[in-house]
Design a protein around this ligand. Structure first.
Ligand code: GLN
Length: 484
């Protein structure tokens, strides 16, 4: 049962093959057995079982809801009323959120049962889950390797059968890259599709929440519950939410897939390249046409992002001052001393690095040279995509330059770590939707992820293109053998 998709679990719950209480108990037992993966920061067993009982009771009375009784997990960046919400930081180690994020509330209303909160890089800054105050997460395909990040805990929860599905957030790749490294499906929706209300802010013009699942169909089911206009998020877009599942299964004949030459240059592992080429062959077999496209400014995406994201972070993280909530240093002599010690003790090294970079880049004298210039680059990168989409319907390429790397391999070299997101960051800068799906394994048996990028709000096409591949292949059905 723990290997089944959400779609299959909903069918099993509907025909009473299993109850939500049984299913929830099964996942809770697996989480305990595989606690060494460190996928969760906080577990909510009693609450989960109570919610599961309520879901079963509702179903017995003939009631229904889109995800009724399905056990899921939230990245610990989403506020959950009455439940600890740490964002992977010492700063929020004992913070109990007083309200639900819109995503949390919507999934609750859709009937999903919350198992707990998943591990993540501190304030979502990282690509390996190693900046978490709560320790690293192990990749179930090789426990000596990272799961990717920052949504590493959610990726592992789904990959190792510790939740039926999970939420993640993606500022520069944090849904897609861990999905790729763990062999699952991860969708970053269009900017504005999913409300950011109650989602702890990292870089507000880039952050977007989305689903991490076993299949594209499950991503459609989860997105259906998560998406939609929210007056409490001023960047949420008031646009009809289509029926994402209804458009799955349409023929891919005549589909034009654009392949950017810039995504196959130096730095791409040969095994990943091979996996992507094979996936493109599958699409050819399904009647799609592969065309070359150019994203000439994509090489500027990484420097552009590593100015803009830290700038926004330095502003967003100013709220953690020890006064209103979160950590406060025990010993201090004055107010200023309290601020300084609180922030020195509450934040980890990577978060401090970002705050320093951002504060520097935004200071008078440097603002135009760094921040304004990066905004201009962002526009060029966005326009590249617009031109590319004149020639194709979706863009395809690798999600990450390599498969999962060993723990600690890149912790001393921030730039090597930042390079993990070279193919995902341009998409956030442009605000486009993109999905990563598993398309095979490298020579070491580690999953390879294909990234598909769509036009604004074209999640229906994107999900259908991913689903078409998953109807033809079974890579998404593979399960890490040690966790069977
Ligand atoms: N790895 C990137 C960073 O460290 C992206 C993180 C994210 O998407 N949250 O900023």
């Amino acid at each position: 049962m723990y290997k089944k998709t959400v779609a299959e679990l909903l069918a099993a719950l509907a025909d009473r093959t299993i109850s939500s209480v049984e299913l929830t108990g099964l996942f809770l037992a697996r989480i305990e057995r595989h606690a060494g993966l460190n996928a969760y920061i906080t577990l909510e067993p009693e609450r989960a079982l109570a919610d599961a009982r309520a879901a079963d009771a509702l179903r017995l009375q003939g009631g229904d809801a889109p995800l009724l009784g399905v056990p899921i997990a939230h990245k610990d960046i989403f506020c959950t009323e009455g439940v600890r919400t740490t964002c992977g930081s010492r700063m929020l180690e004992s913070f109990i959120a007083p309200y639900d994020a819109t995503v949390t509330a919507r999934l609750k209303a859709a009937g999903a049962v919350l198992l707990g909160k998943t591990n993540m890089d501190e304030f979502a800054m990282g690509s390996s889950n190693e900046t978490s105050y709560f320790g690293p997460v192990a990749n179930p395909w090789d426990t000596g390797r990272v799961p990717g990040g920052s949504s590493g805990g959610s990726a592992v929860a789904v990959a190792a059968g510790l939740a039926a599905a999970a939420t993640g957030t993606d500022t520069g790749g944090s849904i897609r890259q861990p999905a790729a490294l763990c062999g699952i499906t991860g969708l970053k929706p269009s900017y504005g599709r999913v409300s950011r209300y109650g989602m702890i802010a990292f870089a507000s013009s880039l952050d977007q929440g989305g689903p991490m699942t076993r299949s594209a169909e499950d991503a459609a089911l989860m997105l259906q519950a998560m998406a939609g206009f929210d007056p409490r998020d001023s960047t949420s877009v008031d646009r009809v939410v289509p029926d994402y599942r209804a458009t799955l299964g349409r023929s891919l004949k005549g589909l034009k897939i654009g392949v950017p030459t810039q995504f196959f240059g130096e730095g791409l592992s040969p095994d990943v390249r091979h996996g992507i080429e094979q996936a493109l062959d599958v699409y050819r077999g399904l009647g799609a046409r592969i065309v070359d496209v150019e994203l000439p400014n994509s090489r500027l995406a990484l420097p552009c992002y590593y100015v803009l994201a830290p700038c926004e972070a330095s502003s967003n993280l100013a709220r953690y001052d020890g006064v209103r909530y979160g950590y406060r240093t025990p010993g201090h002599e004055s107010l200023i001393d309290m601020y300084k010690k609180t922030r020195a003790e509450g934040f980890g090294a990577e978060v401090k690095r970002r705050i320093l970079i951002g504060t520097y880049a935004l200071s008078a004298g440097y603002f135009d040279a760094y921040y304004v210039k990066s905004l201009r680059l962002r526009r060029l990168i966005t326009e590249d995509f617009a031109h590319a989409f004149e020639r194709c319907d979706v863009i395809a390429g690798p999600t990450a330059p390599s498969t999962a790397f060993p723990l600690q391999a890149k912790t001393d070299d921030p730039v090597a770590m930042y390079l993990n997101d070279i193919y995902t960051i341009p998409v956030n800068l442009a605000g486009l939707p993109a999905v990563s799906l598993p398309v095979g394994f490298d020579r070491l048996g580690l999953p390879v992820g294909l990234q598909l990028i769509g036009r604004y709000f074209d999640e229906p096409l994107l999900l259908n293109v991913a689903h078409g591949y998953q109807q033809e292949t079974d890579w998404h059905r593979h399960f890490p053998p040690e966790f069977e």
